[in-house]
Design a binder for this molecule. Structure first.
Ligand SMILES: Cc1ncc(COP(=O)(O)O)c(C=O)c1O
Length: 353
């Protein structure tokens, strides 16, 4: 059985759009895409009179090297959000198929499912926010085509052990695609599971340049998966997903100096995570700081609403996650610069650090 047997048959059968740039991109005189022959005004727009490469070769190469996969195992799009949407559209028939998620977790899995009219099977994380693999596997009905696992999880920060991911991939083979969202993995002790996509054709991994790579504004996210899955999604991704200035920004970020800078920032975030976890735990009114392997801390308060308002009044915006299950007393605080983090402590401590 091919992993593509899990995908929607009509998506497999459809004739994809063939863009001008896909059909021919060489040539000194380009008159095949109804573009303007003139460059736009302003330095920032240079090159933007032309449609960009649908999957820019230099970016694919840089990302394949970064993530340790082959280029045919990689789809680049507008953030990992776009990859989540494409997966749901390609694998879930409206009104019939479903995804499985483990709340509390990243909200876009269920939003994309709702847009597609796919069902949502919820298997809550255990009380300590670990994945209950037995419960998850027991909940997988034939309708479930995609199982999302977020590691480290947003908004709690806990990683999922590699052994659990391998077990899920093994036991879901032939039944569902396991989508492991590693948006925050650069901040974690354990590494990526990307190399396992050669072993499990039903394993897909989401990566992004939005977090550790400081490129949230460029919207560059990547899906790593079996080459057949990638080829299928390349058939349905909109023709030109990556704006040229964003590709340039991503390539700069992934350059040798860019990599050194990112590594330095990751080091600072990890140090700050330890410092802030200890300092926040000592703040009056803080009940608990959840252990985190990401670039944020989920913090339980006696009065989370009051803490939110005090921070807000001081110009500090954190994420109110009280609507999530088991987090009714929590705020999620992203780790900023050391000075920004110290300011959070000052405000929560009523003026003292
Ligand atoms: C777990 C997780 N996955 C994916 C995303 C989306 O990332 P991107 O900016 O690549 O679309 C986020 C953003 O916050 C996230 O927390």
């Amino acid at each position: 059985m091919s992993v593509l047997d899990l995908a929607r048959p009509e998506i497999r059968a459809m004739q994809p759009y063939s863009s001008a740039r896909m059909e021919a991109s060489g040539g000194a005189i380009l008159l095949n895409a109804n573009e303007s022959a003139w460059a736009p005004a302003g330095a920032a727009g240079q090159g933007c009179n032309r449609y960009p490469d649908p999957q820019p070769a230099a970016l694919l190469q840089a990302l394949a090297q970064l993530y340790g996969v082959r280029e045919e195992q990689l789809l680049v799009g507008r953030g990992s959000d776009e990859a989540i949407d494409l997966l749901v559209r390609a694998f879930c028939r409206a009104g019939r198929d479903a995804i499985a998620i483990q709340p509390p977790t990243f909200g876009m899995y269920s939003v994309c499912a709702r847009i597609q009219d796919a069902g949502i099977v919820e298997v809550p994380l255990a009380a300590d926010f670990t994945v209950d693999a037995d419960a998850l596997l027991a909940a997988i009905t034939p309708a479930v085509k995609l199982v999302f696992v977020c590691t480290p999880n947003n908004p709690t920060g806990q990683p999922v052990p590699r052994a659990t991911i391998e077990r899920l991939a093994r036991e879901l083979a032939g039944r569902a695609l396991l989508v492991v969202d590693e948006a925050y993995v650069e901040f974690a002790d354990g590494g990526s599971v990307a190399e396992l996509i050669d072993t499990y054709d039903n394993l897909a991994v989401l990566r992004t340049l939005s977090k550790a790579w400081a490129l949230a504004g460029a919207r560059v996210g990547t899906l790593l998966a079996n080459a057949e899955v990638i080829a299928l999604l390349r058939r349905i991704i909109p023709p030109y997903p990556l704006p040229l200035p964003c590709v340039t920004a991503a390539l700069d970020g992934l350059s040798v100096p860019g990599q050194a800078e990112a590594a330095g920032h990751i080091r600072i975030v990890r140090e700050e995570r330890s410092r802030m976890a200890a300092a926040l735990a000592a703040v009056p009114g803080v009940r608990e700081v959840l252990p985190s392997q990401a670039n944020f801390l989920a913090v339980r308060f006696d009065d989370a609403g009051g803490a939110y308002q005090r921070l807000f009044a001081a110009g500090i915006v954190v994420r109110d996650v009280r609507r999530y299950p088991n987090l009714a007393d929590a705020l999620r605080i992203t780790l900023g610069t050391p000075a920004e983090n110290t300011r959070v402590l000052e405000v929560l401590n009523g003026g003292r650090v």
